[in-house]
Design a protein around this ligand. Structure first.
Ligand code: AGP
Length: 621
């Protein structure tokens, strides 16, 4: 969950490093640092706190160095302070790292016994000291080897000893002018700029400069020098020209376009994102096949499926939970949904005919990746719904049904969730069609979705104002039935991760089994109340809440005069949404939930794009 950046070329490295860190700050921002290499040695500057502090601290350095590595951190080992900030130095070398070294303490003990002294509590420093330990040993045993070969051999030896998934960049005094990199499960990308080479843990640091990138293959060593870079396969000294891929993301997509935060911009991008995610997928006529990149495989996969598992974390898990209702109702498939961090440690029965789908915006979430690997190893057919087609999860899944939300920078996921729901609704509809049942109402409503979302966003100021008034509430509860139950969970997650206020989501039917004890005049209950099969039960829930003095925000159909009248006459709030079909209703309902949380967080002065303690991609367990 950290960001790493490297630059080597003819230009001054520092501006590239600082700009890259700023673009990766959403991945982790409790400390930052950089190392610049002049002819003979490197200068390190580290700073607890956001990247801006580092930029200020290095303003007057006047360094003109043309090579450097940099890092922005989300602490996994050791407190977020300057001592634990990267880069970490170990004798001849300096290193930055994203990921986690599982067996670092055992290695640390072993190195300490040889006299190595550590200055931090991080696993990163252990990795750096291990490489330096082997470098010195190899140098003594094979002095005739070049400094570069000694360093690479030390790196390869160390990689065999460490467990974990990581990406690192390092520079060494003994090999001036070169940056080395390697990844073992965490992404590392490099791009050839004019007169330089930019390397990063995420393509968002590279997009403003170039849209051709090399995704460093796992285990291969990157060697970058003076604007060029090559890769070396493990154990081989041959240098290969990198395989470049063209990305269709452009710089303007990564800027804020005038919004006060990336998250607000991304909420307003949702109509376009749904249109992009749908485009080229919906058939021209009803009952015709939907269009997927792997049409044949799609049919084989779904015609014989006996059981479907959907696995994810956080918001992506909520999308999976909602789609369970679709797969059961439309495709009559036995569908089980689980949290990745639970699934991977259970002993799930993956019998023949099992399909496992994983959902992940980043495509790098460690628990979700581990669940996918468990399913692949068990021989299940797998697919992924990711927002980054080049991500590790996307590359390791059997099939991809990608979302097309573009870069999502705000840590709280919004447009990616809407895109996930769009893919899942479309997929479940098509699988239902394949198995003899097409829900025409939802099929027709899909095509209207971008327009309906635009209409909902037209009320954004109202939603934000209602959200602002929640800042003094003791707690905000969210309740819903059917597909609106996971939506209630999502509303609570948005509220808690953006405002830090206590918020919980429940199945509305569960209120009387305990949570109703929370309710009094200081509590707000956001009730998802569409005109669906459970409407009458939802009306009773509203009465139960009102009878105990709870404040209500009801989110229902714009034509629902009954609930609207009850709410407005009782001093409560009513949010009316366009009538939609059962399958598309959840996508419309999430927008007010996102904006309620946004309004409340703004009123509390929270950091909208980078909520405390969170990171965009949880690449550690
Ligand atoms: C959502 O707002 C959160 N940022 C978080 O729960 C997120 O959904 C979760 O970490 C999963 O991330 P992924 O979709 O990238 O796998």
């Amino acid at each position: 969950m950290c960001g790493i950046v490297g630059y080597v070329g003819q230009k001054t490295a520092k501006p590239y490093l600082l700009d890259g860190l700023k673009r990766l700050e959403y991945r982790g921002y409790d400390s930052a640092g950089l190392a610049l290499f002049s002819e003979k040695d490197y200068v390190i500057k580290r700073n607890a706190g956001p990247v801006q502090g580092l930029a200020d601290a290095t303003l007057d350095s006047g360094q003109r160095e043309t090579m450097g590595i940099a890092h922005t951190r989300w602490a996994t080992h050791g407190a977020p302070n300057e001592t634990n900030a990267h880069p970490h130095r170990a004798g001849d070398l300096v290193l930055v790292h994203n990921g986690i070294i599982e067996n670092y303490s055992e290695i640390k003990d072993r190195l300490t016994k040889t006299g190595v002294r550590f200055s931090s509590q991080t696993d990163t420093e252990v990795f750096a000291q291990l490489i330096e330990f082997h470098r010195r040993k190899i140098q003594d045993q094979q002095p005739n080897l070049s400094a570069e070969d000694i360093l690479i051999s030390a790196l390869e030896t160390s990689m065999k000893e460490v467990d974990g998934h990581y990406a690192i960049l390092l520079m060494a005094r003994s090999v001036p002018g070169k940056i080395f990199g390697v990844q073992n499960g965490a992404p590392l990308v490099a791009s050839p700029l004019k007169g330089g080479c930019l390397i990063a843990s995420d393509i968002q640091a590279i997009i403003p400069y170039h849209n051709e990138v090399c995704f460093l293959p796992k285990g291969e060593i990157l060697v970058a020098e003076n604007g060029k870079f090559w890769t070396r396969a493990p154990g081989s000294s041959a240098l290969h020209a990198p395989k470049l891929e063209r990305m269709d993301w452009t710089a303007d997509k990564v800027e804020k376009d005038g919004f006060d935060s990336f998250m607000l911009k991304e909420i307003f991008q949702q109509p376009l994102v749904v249109a992009d995610t749908l485009s080229g997928r919906l058939p021209a006529k009803e009952h015709e096949p939907f269009i997927w990149d792997h049409q044949k495989a799609h049919e084989v996969l779904w015609k014989n499926v006996k059981k479907l598992y959907l696995i994810a974390c956080g918001t992506s898990y909520h999308a999976a939970l909602i789609s369970k209702y679709f797969f059961e109702k439309w495709a009559k498939i036995d569908c089980e949904v689980d949290i990745a961090s639970e699934f991977r440690y259970r002993s799930p029965v993956l019998a023949p005919g099992t399909v496992v789908g994983v959902i992940s915006q980043s495509g790098e979430t460690a628990d979700t990746l581990a669940a996918l690997r468990l399913a692949n190893a068990a021989g299940a057919s797998t697919f992924s719904i990711c927002n980054v087609p080049s991500s590790t999860i996307a590359r390791e899944s059997g099939f991809q049904y990608p979302t097309k939300a573009g870069p999502e920078i705000g840590v709280a996921s919004t447009k990616a969730f809407t895109a996930q729901l769009t893919v899942l609704c479309t997929l479940a509809l098509d699988v239902g069609r394949l198995r003899g049942h097409l829900d025409l109402a939802s099929f027709r409503a899909l095509a209207r979705l971008p327009h309906d979302l635009d209409r909902v966003l037209g009320q954004s100021e109202t939603f934000i104002k209602i959200g602002e008034k929640l800042k003094d509430r003791r707690m905000v509860l969210f309740v819903g039935r059917g597909t609106m139950y996971p939506m209630a969970l999502e509303g609570a997650l948005k509220m808690k991760e953006l405002t830090y206020l206590p918020s919980e989501g429940f199945a509305a039917g569960e209120l009387k089994h305990g949570p109703i004890a929370y309710i009094d005049k200081d509590i707000t209950v956001v009730t998802l109340a569409p005109k669906d099969d459970w409407y009458s039960k939802t009306l009773s829930n509203l009465e139960e809440i009102r009878a105990r003095g709870g404040h209500i925000i009801a989110i229902g159909s714009e034509t629902d005069e009954q609930i609207k009248r009850q709410c407005l006459s009782g001093g409560d709030e009513f949010i009316g949404l366009p009538e939609s079909a059962w399958g598309t209703q959840p996508i419309l309902s999430v927008v007010p939930l996102q904006l309620l949380a946004y309004g409340c967080a703004k009123a509390l002065g929270r950091n909208i794009d980078k909520p405390r303690n969170l990171a965009k991609s949880v690449t550690v367990e």
